[in-house]
Design a binder for this molecule. Structure first.
Ligand SMILES: [Zn+2]
Length: 75
């Protein structure tokens, strides 16, 4: 997996978010892999050898969580 630099993170996130209703880039979520509270806009993008791209935890590659591993932060 190699990291891709994303110029327009807002547009990239909107177009590649795998579910309905993408969160705002300023929202915070908890990553269930590294247990850290992350800011959505700090996401990284990694590309595998087949060219597939993944929206990854800001703590990647130390953390192998991706966007689907982010859960709401409890109040
Ligand atoms: Zn993580």
């Amino acid at each position: 997996m190699k990291e891709r630099k994303i110029e327009n993170k807002a547009a990239y996130f909107r177009e590649n978010y795998p579910f309905e209703n993408p969160p705002k880039l300023t929202d915070v979520k908890r990553c269930i892999h590294c247990e850290e509270v992350i800011t959505v806009g700090d996401f990284k993008v990694f590309q595998d050898n087949a060219g597939m791209e993944y929206i990854c935890c800001p703590n990647a590659p130390v953390c192998n969580g991706t966007v689907i591993d982010w859960i709401p932060v409890k109040e």
